[in-house]
Design a protein around this ligand. Structure first.
Ligand code: HEC
Ligand code: HEC
Length: 342
C-alpha cells in the first residue's frame, strides 16, 4: 500500500516536472490528440524510477539531453529524438548541428532496446556502437573524443563518471551510459498487447479487430511487419514489435534519377538496392512523419501507398501488389495501428 502510494507520488512528480520543461511526455503531436487519444504515457521503466536509482542510467540520461556536447552548443540527442514527440522528430528529415539538412527521418527511441538492428539501413547492431554515429556523421558537430574531453573539464561530470564507471569520461563510457539509458525507454502494455498476448478479445474495438484481420490477412502487412519477430539471439520476441527486421524496397523516395540507396550502401548487394529496414510500428501513431525520408504525414497516406501496390521502381518488393481495400478496411488498418501504442 505504502509502496503503491510512493510510486504514484513519483509518477505525479515526474509528470508535473515533465510538463514544465523540454522533457515533456505530454506535448505529443497534434493529430494524435485530435483523434481523442490522451497524452502518451511515459516509458514504464523510466517512471518506475530506474534512472534515479542507477548511476549509469542517470548519467546516460543527462548526456542525452546536454547540448554542451555539440559544436554550436545547441544540439543534443534529444533535439532530434524529442521526448515530446515519442523520442522521434516531427520534421521530415533531421538538421545537423551545422545547419545542414540530413537525408533521413529520425526514428523513435521508444522500445529501441528490443531492436536487433539499428538505423534505416541496419548499419549498427548495438546501441553502444550507435552512439558513436551522430558524432562521426556531423549531427553533433564534434568528435566523441571532444565530448569526453568536455565532460572531463566539468567536475560534476567527472564525479558522475567515477560513480557510474569508476573512471574518467571516455568515448566508450559515454556510449555505455547513453545506451543503458536508451534501454529504459520501454513502453507500457498497450491494448494490442492485451489482445494478442493476454487473449483479451474485448481490449480492441470491433473496428480495431477488423484492422488486425486486414493487417494479418487481406493486406499482407504482417508478411513484413511480423507481429512477434525473431529478436536478439534469434529467439521470438515476447512483445509485439511488428517488424521482420529485414530490408525491403517499397518504393519510398524513388524518383527518376535519385534515390537513397538504403541497405545497398552497406551490403553492395543488388537485391538490396533502395531497400530499408522494416520499422517497428508499435509507436508509429505517436511519431509522424513516416518512412525513411519522412515523406508521409499521416497513416492514411501510408495506407493509400500500400493500397496502390507501392511506388513502382526497378527493385520493388514482390510482396507488394495493388490491394483494392474498401474505405472500411483502410480505416480499420489505421485504427489498429493507433491501438498498438495505446
Ligand atoms: C541531427 C539529428 C540527430 C541527432 C543530434 C541525433 N540523432 Fe539519432 N538519429 C537521427 C536520424 C536521422 C537517424 C536515422 C539515420 C539513419 O538511419 O541513417 C537516427 C537514428 C538513431 C538511432 C537508431 C534508431 C533505430 O530505430 O534504429 C538511435 C539509437 C539514435 N539515433 C540515438 C541517438 C543518440 C544516442 C544521439 C546523441 C548522441 C543521437 N541519436 C543524436 C537523427 C539524430
Ligand atoms: C514488403 C514488406 C512490407 C509490407 C508488405 C508492408 N510494409 Fe510497411 N514498411 C516496410 C518497410 C521496408 C518500411 C520502411 C520503408 C522506407 O522507409 O523506405 C515500412 C514502413 C511502414 C510504415 C511507416 C512507419 C514509420 O514509423 O515510419 C507504416 C505505418 C507501415 N509500413 C505500415 C504498413 C501497413 C499498414 C502495411 C499493409 C497494408 C504494410 N506496412 C506492409 C515493409 C513492408
Amino acid at each position: 500500500m505504502l509502496r503503491a502510494a510512493a510510486a504514484l507520488a513519483l509518477f505525479a512528480a515526474l509528470w508535473v516536472s515533465g510538463m514544465a520543461g523540454d522533457r515533456s511526455f505530454a506535448g505529443s503531436n497534434l493529430i494524435y490528440q485530435q483523434r481523442g487519444y490522451g497524452p502518451p504515457v511515459a516509458p514504464v521503466s523510466h517512471v518506475a524510477g530506474i534512472a534515479a536509482a542507477n548511476p549509469l542510467i542517470a548519467l546516460g540520461e543527462k548526456l542525452f539531453y546536454d547540448t554542451r556536447f555539440s559544436g554550436t552548443g545547441s544540439k543534443a540527442c534529444a533535439s532530434c529524438h524529442s521526448p515530446g514527440h515519442g523520442f522521434a522528430e516531427p520534421r521530415w528529415v533531421s538538421i545537423s548541428d551545422n545547419g545542414k539538412l540530413g537525408r533521413r527521418n529520425a526514428p523513435t527511441l521508444l522500445d529501441v532496446g528490443f531492436l536487433p538492428r539499428l538505423m534505416w539501413d541496419g548499419r549498427f547492431q548495438t546501441l553502444e556502437q550507435q552512439v558513436f554515429g551522430p558524432f562521426q556523421s556531423g549531427e553533433m558537430g564534434i568528435p566523441i573524443e571532444e565530448a569526453a574531453h568536455r565532460a572531463n573539464a566539468d567536475p560534476h561530470y567527472v564525479s558522475l563518471f567515477r560513480a557510474a564507471l569508476g573512471s574518467f569520461a571516455t568515448p566508450g563510457g559515454i556510449a555505455q551510459a547513453v545506451a543503458a539509458w536508451e534501454r529504459t525507454l520501454v513502453t507500457p502494455p498497450s491494448r494490442v498487447d492485451r489482445f494478442l498476448s493476454h487473449n483479451e478479445y474485448g481490449a480492441l474495438s470491433p473496428l480495431e479487430r477488423d484492422g488486425y484481420s486486414v493487417f494479418t490477412r487481406r493486406a499482407g502487412c504482417a508478411n513484413c511487419h511480423h507481429v512477434f519477430p525473431l529478436a536478439h539471439g534469434g529467439r521470438p520476441s515476447v512483445r509485439a514489435l511488428f517488424s521482420d527486421f529485414q530490408y525491403h524496397n517499397i518504393g519510398i523516395g524513388y524518383r527518376t534519377g535519385y534515390s537513397d540507396k538504403g541497405r545497398f550502401e552497406q551490403s553492395r548487394h543488388p537485391a538490396e538496392w533502395a531497400s530499408f529496414r522494416t520499422p517497428s510500428l508499435r509507436n508509429s501513431a505517436r511519431t509522424p512523419p513516416y518512412m525513411h525520408d519522412g515523406s508521409f504525414g499521416t497513416l492514411e497516406e501510408v495506407v493509400e501507398h500500400y493500397n496502390a501496390g507501392g511506388r513502382p521502381n526497378p527493385n520493388i518488393s514482390p510482396l507488394l501488389r495493388p490491394l483494392g481495400l474498401s474505405q472500411h478496411e483502410k480505416a480499420a488498418l489505421v485504427a489498429f495501428i493507433y491501438a498498438m501504442g495505446n
